[in-house]
Design a protein around this ligand. Structure first.
Ligand code: SAH
Length: 433
C-alpha cells in the first residue's frame, strides 16, 4: 500500500485553495461541500496557512506553488497540487458520492484512467438512493445497539435489512415504508442459529471463484480455510471477518477432521455465518461429505457451493480436453492416497481407456504406474503432471507414466499436482505452459 486512505473531517475548518481556473474551482466547491471555510488566493502568503487544516493548489504560478509546498511542508499541513503527485503530501481519490455513503478509489497515481473506469462501474452498482439508505441505517443505529448487544447478531439483522426489503423500499422512494419495515425486522430479530457454507474456492485464482462464493466471502462472519487457499482468494473476504486456519498438508494435519467438524458445529451454534472454504470443489476429495454429515447430525443449517475442481482447472489451462468425441468417452477422478501402503483402485477398469485424473497422486506415481501396466494399460499412453494448475504459476510436464515417475521427484516444486493419464494428453491444444 503506497498511500494510506483516510476521510478527513473539515467541518468549520479553513482550507486554502491557491490558483484560478476550472480545477481550483472544482476543489473549492468540493471543500465547501465538506463543510470547510475556503480561502481563495492566486498569490501565496505563508500567513494564509495560519488557520488552515489543508491546502490545495491548481492553475497557479510555479513560484507560488513552490512557496506553498515549502511552507505547508514545514508546518506539517497536508497539501496537494492537482495532477502533480510528486508535489503532494496527499492525493485525492476518484469518488462515488452517496453521502453519507462515500466510495473513494485510487490507483496511487499509477493509472488514474483505471480508477475512473472503476468509479463508473461502482456508480452503476450503487443506486443514488443508497445515500438515503445509509442515513436510515444511521437513524436506527443506537436502538439496534441497545436491543442487540451481540455484534454478530446485530450485523446479521442489518445485512438482511440493507441487502433486502428495506433497501428495495428506499430505492423505490418509499422511505417511510422502509422505516416501518426496519422496525418490523428489528422486532422479529434474526433467528439465532448460524449457517455453514461449504464453499469451493477453485484452484486458487480469485477470478475462478463462482459469483456465489464471492458474495458469501463478502458476507461471512468467519472463514475456516486450509492450506490450498491462497491469499488472492482470502483477500476477497470481508476485512473484519475472523479467519481460522485449519491447515492440512499430507501427513501434517493441523487439526484432525473431527476437530474441524466440531469447530464448524460450534461456530454454527454461536449463530455465526460461516464459510468453510475448500480448494477446488468441496465434494471432490475435499472431505466436504463428512463435514456435511456432521453438520446435518448436529442440526446446523448448511449449504454446499460448488467450485472448479483441480481436474477441470488443470485441463483447461493446460489445453488438454478431458474427453474427446473421437477417442475418449469417459473421465474418472481417482485418489492416489494409499491405504496401508496400497493403492486401493480398480486398475482393470481404469486401464480400459478413458481419461484418468489422479488427485494426491504425485508421491505414489510408481505404484499407480505398476498397477495400471499390470492391468494392461499401453506403456506409451501419454500422461501429464500439472502443478498449481489454473493459477499463474502453473507448470506442466508431459511424457508417459514411466518417464513421469522417473522425472517427478526432480521436477516437482512441492505445489499441489494433478496427474492426467490418457490419449487426450496427446491432443493438447494451444501454446500455454
Ligand atoms: N477438493 C479439491 C481436491 C483436494 S485433494 C479439488 O476439487 O480440486 C488435494 C489434491 O488436489 C492435491 O494433492 C492435487 O492433486 C489436487 N489439486 C488441488 N489443487 C490443485 C491445483 N491447483 N493444481 C493441481 N492439482 C491440484
Amino acid at each position: 500500500m503506497r498511500y494510506f486512505p483516510i476521510f478527513m473531517d473539515l467541518t468549520g475548518r479553513h482550507a486554502l485553495v491557491l490558483g484560478d481556473g476550472e480545477a481550483s474551482d472544482r476543489k473549492a466547491l468540493a471543500l465547501e461541500a465538506a463543510g470547510a471555510i475556503v480561502i481563495r488566493t492566486t498569490t501565496f502568503q505563508p500567513a494564509q496557512l495560519d488557520e488552515c487544516a489543508v491546502a490545495i493548489a491548481a492553475e497557479a504560478a510555479e513560484s507560488e506553488i513552490e512557496a506553498l509546498v515549502e511552507a505547508a511542508n514545514r508546518r506539517g499541513i497536508p497539501f496537494n497540487v492537482v495532477d502533480r503527485p510528486a508535489l503532494c503530501s496527499f492525493i485525492t481519490p476518484a469518488i462515488v458520492d452517496r453521502s453519507p455513503l462515500m466510495v473513494a478509489i485510487s490507483s496511487g497515481g499509477a493509472a488514474p484512467v483505471l480508477a475512473r473506469l472503476i468509479r463508473a462501474r461502482i456508480e452503476s452498482l450503487v443506486p443514488p438512493a443508497f445515500g438515503r439508505l445509509a442515513a436510515i441505517a444511521d437513524e436506527f443505529k443506537a436502538e439496534l445497539r441497545r436491543r442487540f448487544p451481540n455484534t454478530s447478531l446485530r450485523r446479521r439483522i442489518l445485512e438482511r435489512a440493507l441487502g433486502g426489503r428495506v433497501a428495495d423500499l428506499v430505492v423505490a422512494g418509499q422511505e417511510n415504508a422502509a422505516r416501518e419495515e426496519m422496525t418490523r425486522q428489528m422486532a422479529e430479530g434474526a433467528d439465532s442459529t448460524g449457517i455453514v457454507y461449504l464453499v469451493g474456492a477453485g484452484p486458487g485464482s480469485a477470478d475462478l471463484l463462482t459469483l456465489r462464493a464471492h458474495r458469501l466471502l463478502g458476507e461471512a462472519d468467519v472463514i475456516v480455510h486450509d492450506r490450498l487457499i491462497g491469499t488472492e482468494v482470502l483477500d476477497m473476504a470481508r476485512r473484519d471477518a475472523e479467519r481460522i486456519y485449519v491447515g492440512k498438508a499430507r501427513a501434517n494435519h493441523c487439526l484432525p477432521q473431527e476437530g474441524i467438524n466440531d469447530l464448524l458445529i460450534r461456530l454454527g451454534r454461536e449463530g455465526r455465518k460461516v464459510v468453510r472454504l475448500k480448494g477446488g470443489d468441496p465434494f471432490v476429495f475435499g472431505r466436504g461429505g463428512e463435514e456435511a454429515e456432521a453438520l446435518e447430525a448436529a442440526g446446523i443449517a448448511f449449504e454446499v457451493v460448488p467450485g472448479v475442481t483441480a481436474a477441470l482447472a488443470c485441463a483447461a489451462q493446460a489445453g488438454i480436453p478431458l474427453t474427446h468425441r473421437d477417442a475418449t468417452r469417459s473421465v474418472t477422478f481417482v485418489t492416489g492416497h494409499t491405504k496401508d501402503g496400497r493403492l486401493d483402485l480398480d486398475f482393470v477398469q481404469l486401464a480400459r481407456g478413458g481419461t484418468i485424473a489422479v488427485y494426491m497422486g504425485i508421491v505414489t506415481l510408481p505404484l499407480l504406474r505398476d498397477g495400471l501396466f499390470a492391468a494392461g494399460l499401453a506403456a506409451d499412453t501419454p500422461a501429464a503432471l500439472i502443478e498449481r494448475g489454473g493459477t499463474s504459476a502453473q507448470r506442466v510436464l508431459t511424457g508417459t507414466l514411466d518417464s513421469l515417475a522417473a522425472e517427478a521427484p526432480g521436477w516437482s516444486q512441492g505445489g499441489p499436482t494433478l496427474v492426467l493419464i490418457g490419449d487426450v494428453v496427446g491432443r493438447r491444444v494451444g501454446l500455454r505452459a
